[in-house]
Design a protein around this ligand. Structure first.
Ligand SMILES: Nc1ncnc2c1ncn2[C@@H]1O[C@H](COP(=O)(O)OP(=O)(O)OP(=O)(O)O)[C@@H](O)[C@H]1O
Ligand SMILES: [Mg+2]
Length: 456
């Protein structure tokens, strides 16, 4: 086994032993690597063939390596759950890549842990392929994200609402899986000393320039504001922005009922369980800010001995979210529109127009003649008279995003044993800015109502 694999590190478990549970993956009946990310393996300094042969992708670890389930709490749809944690996931260890960057190697679907509550510990193939595909699409779009290293089938069926589905294990990589919910758990179970240990680890790992805890908090707030702006610019709807799915690193994790919006509508929701639209496209910035306020609460005792002062300081920091978000969003919109300077009024009027005319978000920015996309062309002309692009826009506007109807089509085929559509859409979205002849269907919005999908 390569040195990188046999030397899986465990600095997290060492730093905060009270936040992990030693655990092993459930044995898998018939593991088979279905998709392996050769490019990512190479970046990590791993040999893909060796990786497949080692069994690591479904949780067989070298001697001396101790996988752990990570503990965390979280607000799910606004409701506090004191004990979540990796119910069906495991941190196998950390890999330091040849550039010296540290990554978590983490599984999903690897069997029940003590955090499983009512769950079966399993994952179905479709949702794991969705997570893999979405991560690659986001990575290709330049958006910070966890990435799939491999999806392996288990040879076992998992029962879900829709019937028996093929089971799978996702092996994924992220700069860490430390969540807002991890801090909530530390604050609730261990108090300030445990939060301090977790904070020290998170600072060293993700925000080493932070001068103190308040400054660390500020950096997380800013990283998340930048991330959410990037989601909004590409029309991404995460779908489960619970505090346990909000990272300290500012990376996107947990691709559940997520999708890219076709027609521009701030109310867009894909998740079949998000009845109230809490996590609708347009709500994502205020929800992220709300989640970050929960992080602030967990950090309060470390921010200042005096609780009123601590609250005052944390509040001032979380209030920076709006301004930082807006700065990133407007800079991104300026790039998308080919403008040298942000123009918030032009953007606001465009958004109103796209909404009223139900124009495809991704399509608009790369259209040769955007005017053709509008029913009310006079309204478009009035807006366009104020639009004077000066810069090349193609590099700022993807031609291809994983459109939900095509993702669904590919996942359905994969569950029935045909992986070809999945591999094709994966290839398409892995080069989102480059025109790919013969792949026009990937630029078309889906017709009819949005597909709702709450995959597990
Ligand atoms: N099938 C399952 N068996 C056991 N626990 C589960 C299962 N599905 C979800 N959970 C647990 O429910 C909680 C919330 O699930 P959520 O869908 O946000 O996370 P996840 O998709 O399992 O994992 P992650 O956030 O690590 O990507 C987590 O504690 C998760 O471990
Ligand atoms: Mg989750």
């Amino acid at each position: 086994m390569s040195t990188a694999v046999s030397q899986l590190e465990h600095t997290y478990a060492d730093a905060v032993p009270d936040l992990v549970l030693n655990w092993s993956a459930a044995p898998v009946r018939n593991p088979s690597a279905l998709v392996v990310n050769d490019e990512l393996a190479a970046e990590l300094g791993l040999d893909p063939r060796e990786l497949v042969g080692s069994g690591l992708l479904t949780g067989t670890v070298p001697e001396g390596v101790q996988p752990v389930a990570m503990a965390y709490s979280g607000h799910q749809f606004g409701m506090y759950q004191p004990r979540l944690g990796d119910g069906r996931a495991l941190l196998l260890g950390e890999i330091v890549d040849p550039q010296g960057h540290r990554h978590d190697l983490h599984l999903k679907g690897s069997g029940r842990t003590r955090f499983a509550r009512g769950g079966d510990g399993r994952a179905a193939l479709g949702p794991m392929l969705r997570e893999y595909l979405m991560g690659e699409a986001m990575h290709a779009l330049g958006i910070p994200t966890s990435r799939g290293l491999a999806v392996s089938t288990t040879g076992e069926d998992v029962p879900r609402d829709t019937g028996l589905l093929p089971g799978a294990v996702l092996a994924r990589v992220a700069s860490s899986h430390i969540r807002v919910g991890t801090f909530q758990y530390a604050a609730a179970t261990g108090g300030p000393d445990l939060v301090r240990a977790l904070t020290d680890h998170a600072i060293a790992r993700h925000h080493p320039e932070a001068t103190d805890v308040l400054d660390f908090y500020r950096r997380v707030v800013h990283a998340q504001a930048a991330l959410i702006a990037q989601w909004m610019l590409v029309g991404f709807v995460h779908g489960v922005m619970n505090t346990d799915n909000t990272t300290i690193s500012g990376e996107t994790i947990d691709y559940g009922p997520c999708a890219f919006m076709d027609r521009y509508d701030p109310q867009t929701v894909f998740s079949s369980i998000d009845h109230a639209g809490r996590y609708a496209y347009g709500n994502q910035p205020p929800i992220a800010r709300w989640n970050l306020a929960r992080l602030g609460e967990a950090l309060l005792p470390l921010i200042d001995e005096d609780s009123d002062t601590a609250i005052e300081k944390a509040t001032a920091v979380v209030q920076e979210f709006g301004e930082v978000y807006e700065r990133h969003f407007q800079a991104g919109m300026a790039a998308k529109l080919g403008l040298r300077e942000p123009d918030p009024d032009l953007v606001a009027d465009l958004l109103a127009l796209l909404h009223a005319q139900q124009v495809d978000w991704t399509g608009f920015f790369r259209a040769g003649t955007p005017r053709d996309l509008f029913l009310d062309r006079d309204a478009y002309d009035a807006w366009a008279a104020r639009w004077h692009p000066e810069l090349d826009r193609d590099h700022a506007n993807p031609l291809y995003v994983p459109r939900n109807h095509l993702v669904d089509e590919a996942l359905t085929a994969a569950e029935q044993g045909d992986l070809a559509p999945f591999l094709e859409i994966l290839e398409v979205v892995s080069a989102p800015y480059t025109e790919q002849p013969g792949r026009e269907r990937y630029t078309e919005p889906g017709s009819g109502p949005f597909v709702t999908y709450c995959g597990t």
